[in-house]
Design a protein around this ligand. Structure first.
Ligand code: HEC
Ligand code: HEC
Length: 361
């Protein structure tokens, strides 16, 4: 009888606890392991400029392992001849999100479609899928790698699957915060522990940055200052206008602010909202925010301490915090404890073309 009672009670108690701890942080769960042969092929393709229209741009042009899998710039470069108007996101843990991109316009459950968006969009890699497959068929090593991964020849669809498989391997490893959450109390310094208490308490960060990613995966307006380069640089402004026109957002010619989620939903209440990013590995991915307008973690903490910026849709969760200099420092120390061992993948030596005679492939 006693046994029975406990087996009933434990799940109930755990349920209640997880409700009270709705803002709790959690260790990163393992991700469903992709097929090793697809990952191996995906690694080559990630560094492969043949995947872009002009043969000059590869994923690592904008997502370089050496700069935290972003490009280290405030605003991303686009396809040659254009410039993009948002910050290149880190790929670390990107495969965990429910929605991808700053405005969440891609579904995280469908990474191959995200890869297709990147390959075909005029502002990213601008390649034609048929041309891409023909190029890869002219490289015997790729024919072999596709055979191993898919038991078939290079195709556009298989390329998307292989790159998506590789993306699933770019995840945090051995982060102090995970060791701490699993019970190793010595994994965080005293200062980082003070920062964690502020993060979940006085500073209110965990209202939005929670769960295993330290993201609620929702969209909020913080009033991040606009990056004037978007409007001052004609190449960026053209990309910006074309982008919102293509999404069907009304009046896109006249925008003087970044609409964010509004561009996707066309709901006025979504103007200026962006997806809460994960804070894992954040010390590696400066500069910060959708437009790179905050250079350092100290700048970010100072921004929140002021209660965020000005915005008509600003989240009511942001208020001036009144943090002391020591508390701001402790928060920064805590943010640094969210980075694990560096995830570095060396660029493999890319195989050469060996054009086949017509009709022989
Ligand atoms: C020209 C620069 C550029 C290239 C090349 C590029 N990306 Fe990106 N990537 C970006 C930018 C900018 C964003 C954010 C887009 C936005 O929010 O509008 C992004 C976002 C992403 C995201 C979403 C991350 C998140 O947190 O949701 C993934 C995944 C990604 N890229 C993977 C890739 C892959 C795979 C390739 C190669 C096929 C690639 N990227 C090539 C610039 C680039
Ligand atoms: C109302 C929800 C909310 C609260 C509260 C909040 N954040 Fe954020 N955080 C966001 C959103 C949304 C973004 C992205 C905003 C953008 O790009 O315009 C963001 C971005 C960031 C970034 C930049 C990450 C990157 O990759 O560029 C850092 C660092 C950060 N927050 C830390 C904190 C800290 C520290 C606190 C507490 C002092 C905090 N946040 C409180 C929602 C929130």
């Amino acid at each position: 009888m006693r046994r029975r009672l406990t087996s009933w009670c434990i799940p109930l108690l755990l349920g209640a606890a997880s409700m009270a701890w709705g803002q709790a942080l959690q260790p990163l769960p393992p991700i469903e392991a992709p097929k090793a042969e697809q990952v191996e092929l995906g690694k080559y393709l990630f560094f492969e400029p043949r995947l872009s229209g002009d043969g000059g741009v590869s994923c690592d042009t904008c997502h370089d392992p050496a700069t935290g899998w972003g490009d280290g710039k405030a605003l991303s470069t686009g396809y040659p001849g254009s410039e993009y108007f948002r910050n290149a996101q880190t790929l670390l843990n990107a495969a965990y999100y429910k929605r991808n991109y700053w405005d969440g316009r891609m579904a995280g459950s469908d990474l191959p479609t995200l890869v297709r968006d990147h390959l075909t969009e005029a502002h990213f890699m601008q390649v034609d899928g048929r041309l891409l497959a023909e190029r890869l068929k002219q490289v015997p090593e790729y024919v072999e790698l596709f055979q191993k991964a898919f038991s078939g020849e290079p195709t556009f669809g298989r390329t998307l699957t292989a790159v998506a498989a590789f993306l699933k391997t770019i995840t945090s490893r051995n982060a102090p915060i995970d060791r701490y959450l699993r019970g190793d109390r010595s994994a965080l310094s005293a200062e980082a522990k003070e920062g964690l208490a502020l993060f979940q308490g006085k500073a209110g960060c965990a209202q939005c940055h929670n769960g295993a990613l330290l993201s609620d995966q929702k969209f909020h307006a913080l009033g991040v200052p606009e990056n004037p380069d978007i409007f001052a640089d004609p190449f960026r402004h053209i990309t910006f206008r074309r982008f919102f026109r293509t999404l069907g957002a009304p009046n896109a010619e006249n925008y003087r602010e970044e609409p964010g989620l509004y561009g996707v939903t066309k709901e006025k209440a979504d103007w200026g909202k962006f997806r809460t990013p994960s804070l894992r590995e954040v010390s590696r991915t400066a500069p910060y925010m959708h437009n790179g307008s905050l250079a350092t973690l100290e700048d970010v903490v100072a921004f929140y301490d002021r209660g965020g910026g000005q915005h008509r849709n600003k989240s009511p969760l942001l208020k001036p915090l009144g943090l002391t200099a020591g508390e701001k420092q402790a928060l920064v120390e805590f943010l640094k404890s969210l980075a694990g061992d560096p995830v570095i993948v060396e660029r493999p030596e890319l195989p050469d073309y060996k054009p086949q005679k017509l009709g022989q492939n």
